[in-house]
Design a protein around this ligand. Structure first.
Ligand SMILES: [Zn+2]
Length: 381
């Protein structure tokens, strides 16, 4: 190991000479520094155990996306309220992750292949945080602006080989221990649109869910379970009239989950920051980013009052190679993109509340799972 490192150092100047040759493709073969980042930095928790966790995932949200809220939101972004900030490496079993492998890292603590939903690299199901905490009698909720069966939310309750298996994901959700869901995806449950003609809306009802397909309700009964499926597939983007669904669903979920004495876990995803990146559409991206920031504000308001709630905000990966570059002059910001795909830039992690000190430092995406477990003092079985 030491010898190879030494060799690398000796050979480095030679490599640099070669790299000065014209490089038409303008790509570099990166050197791996993975071994330099400890897989588990073993942070010590200095605060009491968290009673509740709110995990907010901004799909495709890198540092430039977060920065855009500081330049384009009319008020100070809620991101400014965090003191504990870390950076996370997002690779899956390959260098650049998709949302499925990224969310499986968060929900189950294992690196897996792109497309995997709650399964490891041998397609074996792995327990998710929602399942582990449900076994401990925690209440749980999952919210997304896309279909609730889409990759990121699915990884918290389902186990399938491929993210495209959304009908099977819907079937698994109907029979899961989750207490509150809000998002799109009605068509994957409905017998008139499913390829097998099975009625999983009825299964949801049979399993105690109050089903709403029109809008969020004004009040919730803590003794019931709720399924808000408000679009056949995805909800519309903010620029096409979604309104304040994400912050309002977050507020409603927190009202519901915090009534009673049980601990709770809530995951809410701003799914479409990623889509603005894929489409290289800055207006789309920034409007989704600002909407997500409003949901962060709701979570932080709750956590500040409650005092026992850990809030974590992060992303599965960056999308678009988004940049806030100088425009015509240095007083003008020009939004640019370097790709229509994902990038592998390190991703910020912001944390607030008991256990938030664990999220400082630089670590792998799988550590999000382990740090959440450490924050609530539960050992994954
Ligand atoms: Zn994406």
């Amino acid at each position: 190991m030491k010898i190879s490192l030494l060799l690398t150092l000796i050979l480095l100047p030679v490599g640099m000479v070669y790299s000065q040759k014209p490089n038409q493709e303008n790509t570099v073969t990166s050197r791996s520094y993975d071994h330099l980042i400890p897989s588990n930095p073993q942070q010590i928790r200095t605060s009491p155990a968290a009673k509740n966790i709110i995990l907010l995932i901004g799909d495709g949200m890198g540092l430039s996306q977060i920065s855009s809220a500081f330049y384009f939101k009319e008020s100070l972004p809620h991101f400014a309220r965090f003191n504990n900030i870390g950076l996370m490496k997002t690779s899956s079993t390959v260098r650049i992750t998709d949302s499925a492998a990224g969310a499986t890292a968060f929900s189950a603590g294992k690196k897996t292949y792109n497309g995997a939903i709650g399964v490891d690299s041998d397609t074996v199901s792995i327990s998710t945080i929602v399942e582990i905490l449900s076994n401990e009698k925690w209440k749980t909720g999952v919210i997304s602006t896309s279909s609730i069966t889409h990759a990121t939310p699915a990884c918290f309750y389902a186990h399938v080989k491929s993210r495209g298996m959304e009908e099977e994901i819907a079937a698994q959700l109907s029979n899961s221990e989750i207490d509150f869901i809000a998002g799109g995806g009605l068509g994957f449950f409905d017998d008139s649109t499913r390829s097998d003609g099975k009625d999983y809306l009825q299964t949801l009802k049979n399993n105690g869910f109050t089903l709403q397909t029109e809008q969020l309700s004004a009040t919730v009964d803590p003794n019931k379970k709720y399924a808000y499926l408000l679009a056949s597939e995805h909800l519309p983007p903010v620029i096409e009239g979604r309104g304040d669904f994400l912050p309002q669903a977050t507020k409603l979920a927190l009202n519901y989950l915090s009534t009673g004495s049980e601990n709770f876990f809530l995951m809410a995803e701003g799914s479409m920051i990623d889509w603005g990146g894929h489409g290289n559409n800055a207006d789309f991206l920034v409007s989704e980013m600002i909407d997500f920031d409003e949901a962060i504000g709701i979570a932080l308001d709750f956590a500040e009052k409650d005092g026992n709630t850990l809030v974590i905000v992060t992303a599965d990966h960056e999308t678009g190679g988004f940049t806030l570059a100088a425009g015509e002059n240095y007083n003008e910001i020009k939004t640019t993109f370097s790709t229509g795909s994902h990038s592998t830039t390190l991703i910020p992690v912001a944390a607030y509340g008991p256990g938030s000190e664990l999220f400082r430092g630089i670590y792998e995406n799988t550590e999000i799972f382990h740090k959440m477990m450490q924050a609530v003092s539960i050992t994954a079985k």
